[in-house]
Each structure stands twice: as C-alpha cells, then as structure tokens.
Design a protein around this ligand. Structure first.
Ligand code: SF4
Ligand code: SF4
Length: 555
C-alpha cells in the first residue's frame, strides 16, 4: 500500500462525467474539410512542405518542424490541399492563424507504414526521441509541449516516470475512456517512454472516481508481468490532474517554484501521450487523431475518436447539438477551458473536450466578469489556491499593471486552475487578470529581446564600417610605400618635388632682393646725365626682374 500525500487548497466539484462514458468510443464522421493549424504546440509554428493543389495521403507530412521547439503536422486524412491560409483557430484571442486546409476524398488512404512490435530497449533513447519527434507528438493533457523534448532528460537521472490519468476537470472523460479501452496500448507506450528516459520506475495515477479505468490498467500490468509499473488511485480533488499536484500526491515531492519536475528526478506525461507514442513506434502512425469528449447540452454526450482538424461544429452536430441552441461552447473543461469565439474552429492536438452550454455550477469564469463586485479581502481565494499563492495580491498588481510586483508574487507559478475564481464571493474573474498579466509580460519580454537584437545589429554595423575604413586606409598606405620602394617615387611625386624646389628658389631670390633693396645706394649725388641714365636703366632692369620673379612664384 503506497502512502499518498496531500496538496493544500483545491476543490471538490461535481464531476458530470457519467453521461459521456456510457457508450464506447467510435471514430467521428470523416469531415469534408480538415483545417490543420501550423501551430498546435508550444514553440515555433511548423513550415508547410506541400502546396495548394497537392494530393496528400493520410499520415503524410504536410508541415515540418521549424525549430528545436516545434512539431511537424501530418495530413489527418487523404485528399487535396485546397488552401494554405489564415483560418480561425481555438484561442482566447479569437484570432486567425496560418493553417493547411485539406478537402478530404473519403477514401482514408494511408501512406505506407512499417509496423513492428516493440521490445524493451530495442532502440536507443535518441532513436526513440527522433521517431516521436517525427510523429509530431505533443503533450496531450493540454500543454502541447513537444514530447521528444520532455523525453530528453539532458543527462539528468530520472527516478520516476509518472503517467497522468487523473483527469480532474468536470465533464472531461477522454482519458478515462482511453484507459478503459486502450490500457494495453497505453502500457506499451509507457514502456517506450521509460526506455527513452531511462527511468527506474513508472507510476500511473488515476483518480478514484474512475474504477473501470483503474481496473483495466491493473489487469494489464499484471498480464505484462513487469515489476516497475505501479497503478495508484488518488483522491478526487480538483486539481489533482495538475502536474505538480499529482507529483506531490504520489511522491510527497514538491517541484520548486519556477522549476521543473526533472529537478526532483521526475518526468510526467499524459496517458494520451503514451497512447500516441505507442502508435508512432509500433504502428508507424503520426499524431493525427485523438479521443475527444463532447459533453454538456447535447443529446448524446460521448467520446469520439476525432481526426485533428475536424471542425468543432461537426462534432456537436454528430452528438445531437444544433447551431440554434448554442449559446456558449468551451474547448477544454469548465475550469480551465477557453470559450470559443466560433464553432468553426478545428480540433487540435491538445483538444480534450468540447463543452456545450454547460450548467452553471461548474462554469464560474465566463459568466462572472459582468457581475464582478469589489474585493472584500475575505481570503477565500488564497485558501483554495493549490499552489499556495496569494490570488488577491496577484489580482491587485495585475489590475494596476505593476508587472514587477506581480512576478514577485510568483505569477508564473499560477497554473490557471480557476479555484480562486470559483470561490470568490465577489465573482471577480481572477484568472482573466492573471492571463492578461502573463501575456503583457511575455509581450514586453519579446519587445525587449527585439530591441536588444536591433541594438546589437546596429553596434555590429558600426564596428564593421569602422573596421573597413581602417583596413582601407592601411591598404592605401601599404600600396604607396610599396610603389615608392619599387620606383623611387612616382612621376606625380617627382613633379610635386620639382615644383616645391622652384618655389623655394624663387622665394629665396625675393628674400635676397629685398635685402639688397634695403641697402641705400651710395654716391648718387651730382650724377652726370649719362650716369643718371645708366642708373635708370639699372632700376628698370631690377623692376623687370622683380616682376618676372613674382610671376614665376604665382605660377
Ligand atoms: S476571494 Fe475574491 S473577494 Fe475574497 S479576497 Fe479573494 S479576490 Fe477578494
Ligand atoms: S488560478 Fe492560479 S492563483 Fe488561482 S487558485 Fe489556481 S493557481 Fe492559485
């Protein structure tokens, strides 16, 4: 019997899970049109490798990863690429983003696949990570972080690999159904991930309100006959499915503020990710579909195996919902999901639930903002916070746009679980403020980064220009010196030297003349007429000579 631990705060919520788990999971209808966003993950968007008009096969690569933190996108079905353009995506902003649109042909023709049964340690960890990267697998619990990166411990020792099957949000049951129906494949995926991480042991955590899933896993672990996997039931408290909370409940270890589970020797993945890893390695299938819960006010709440890119409205209609009755649709759960601006957005790799007009008891956030009252400093939000934060302070500083202070109160440790929202008697949409503050801080960081890059570029340009100028001057100097050495000076230099000598000689003559002129003539009295004429002639010659010298100097 394993000892379990408790995190502080949290909530006991109505589960609303029963309805969607009554029917087995079946593939959703093939949509006429698939819309595949180039960014369905954390990191840089993928780069298209197909063009409009191309025919594609199911599972074919259509966009490649553009960076280390990026993930490729594959065609979810066979058909023709009809557009590569901005389309509405599921995002809080309600904005559009680049997508590849495929008109399906109805044949579901796969690209060639090489199936294999994986034996432990059949591939090296690096080979496994590369295959997982190529399959476009990202965290399917909602985060969307590329899984090959999370499966690389970068030299750190991994003691425990935890598989998160807690699924604590109301209404969502896709992981529960996956564990009930695909326990064998999930365990196979877990073993592959263990090899990629070289983890000593594995724990699968399942909330105690999912007994069938728990039994299916236990049964499978017994059949596999391995001693390094434990399946553990954890109490149903929201948000046990949070990575840090589940780690604390199962191991008693607390991930440090701003740190990663790897800092305490743990890596945590979602059960859906393990299933995707199994499909990638054993079936050679990329991540092109996933289990999605369609719940709330639809006639037939259930889970469907949905192709990535399927429009949300298609799923709602398939489950008995009609456009006329829709007032609000949430992607995700009532606590952490995002309210959709349009039902034409596609299902993406991280979509776990489509919640239609959910009942008010578990949907505090979207309805609250309009009726928010002033904070009465009751402290209920801090009591409920599972991270031990002070939501009231975070709210004040977010509202005041004091982004330094809000970080001092560990804003980035907030997992946006919505517990504080849920209990706030003033109905303040606290999480909206926290998301706003995070977005602003990220934008400011980005601006700072861009400004630094621009400054560095400017400095480097100036440095380069200065260097080129210096090099040019040195080159000229060297050239002149070399010419002088070879020819004893150029013709131009020689002309210049001759001119200088002529000027100097002329100036010397002028100086001498001036000196001569300053000597007073002697014996000039009582000159005869003939003598006076000789003197005049001499003066005239002197004057002519002076004029010639002056002309020569000017020249
Ligand atoms: S629960 Fe609401 S009213 Fe109470 S302290 Fe927190 S923010 Fe203020
Ligand atoms: S949303 Fe953030 S601040 Fe509010 S309870 Fe959850 S972790 Fe705490």
């Amino acid at each position: 019997m394993r000892r379990l631990f408790q995190f502080r705060g949290g909530l006991h919520l109505n589960a609303h899970k029963k309805n969607a788990t009554l029917k087995p999971v079946v593939p959703a209808h093939l949509p006429k049109r698939l819309v595949l966003p180039l960014q369905q993950h954390i990191g840089k968007p993928a780069k298209p490798v197909v063009a409009v008009g191309d025919t594609v096969l199911k599972g074919q690569l259509i966009a490649e990863a553009s960076d280390t933190v990026s993930s490729p996108v594959h065609a979810s079905s066979s058909g023709v690429v009809t557009a590569i353009t901005a389309q509405l995506i599921p995002h809080t902003s309600g904005l559009s983003a680049p997508c590849i649109v495929i008109e399906t042909d109805g044949h579901e023709t796969w690209r060639p696949r090489k199936k294999q049964v994986y034996d432990d340690h059949q591939h090296t960890p690096a080979q496994l990570r590369e295959k997982i990267r190529q399959a476009g697998i990202v965290g399917m619990g909602g985060a969307g972080f590329p899984s090959h990166i999370k499966l690389n411990p970068s030299g750190k020792a991994v003691d425990t690999l935890i598989l998160n099957g807690a699924e604590c949000e109301p209404y969502i049951t896709c992981d529960e159904m996956l564990l009930q129906e695909r326990a064998q494949e999930v365990i196979a995926g877990l073993r592959i991930m263990r090899d990629a991480l070289n983890a000593k042991r594995c724990i699968i955590g399942v909330e105690d309100n999912k007994p069938e899933a728990f039994l299916a896993l236990q049964q499978q672990v017994r059949t596999t006959n391995v001693d390094f996997i434990d399946v553990i039931q954890v109490p149903t408290v929201y948000p046990t499915g949070g990575e840090k909370q589940l780690i604390q409940v199962l191991t008693g270890l607390e991930v440090p503020s701003g740190g990663l589970p790897l800092d305490v020797g743990i890596v945590c993945h979602n059960v859906g990710t393990a299933y995707a890893v199994y499909r990638a390695i054993e079936l050679d299938e990329p991540l092109i579909s996933r289990y999605v819960t369609i719940a709330g006010s639809v006639a037939h709440a259930r889970n469907l195996d949905v192709l990535i890119g399927t429009p949300v409205m298609d799923l709602i209609e398939e489950c008995g919902g009609t456009p006329e009755t829709l007032s609000r649709v949430i992607m995700g759960g009532p606590m952490m999901g995002i309210a959709l601006h349009s039902t034409h957005v596609p299902v993406v790799k991280t979509t776990n639930c489509i919640l239609v007009n959910a009942r008010a008891d578990n949907t505090p956030q979207p309805s609250r903002g309009a009726f928010a009252l002033p904070c009465i400093r009751c402290g209920a939000c801090a009591e409920a916070c599972p991270i031990d934060l002070l939501p009231q302070q975070l709210y004040w500083y977010s509202r005041a746009k004091d982004f330094d202070k809000v970080q001092d109160f560990h804003l980035f440790d907030c997992i946006e679980c919505g517990c504080c929202d849920y209990v706030c008697p003033s109905q303040i949409p606290l999480v909206h403020y926290f998301r706003y503050a995070k977005t602003e801080i990220w934008a400011l960081e980005q601006e700072k980064k861009q400004a630094n890059i621009a400054r560095e570029r400017h400095d480097f340009r100036e440095f380069r220009q200065e260097r080129e100028k210096r090099e040019k001057q040195e080159r000229h100097k060297r050239k002149r010196a070399a010419l002088k050495k070879d020819t004893g000076g150029s013709d131009a230099d020689k002309t210049l030297d001759a001119k200088k000598a002529a000027i100097e000689a002329a100036m010397a003559r002028v100086r001498a003349k001036r000196e001569a002129d300053t000597v007073a003539p002697k014996n000039m009295d009582n000159l005869t007429e003939q003598q006076q004429q000789l003197v005049n002639e001499a003066d005239a010659r002197r004057a002519r000579s002076a004029a010639d010298i002056s002309k020569e100097t000017r020249a």
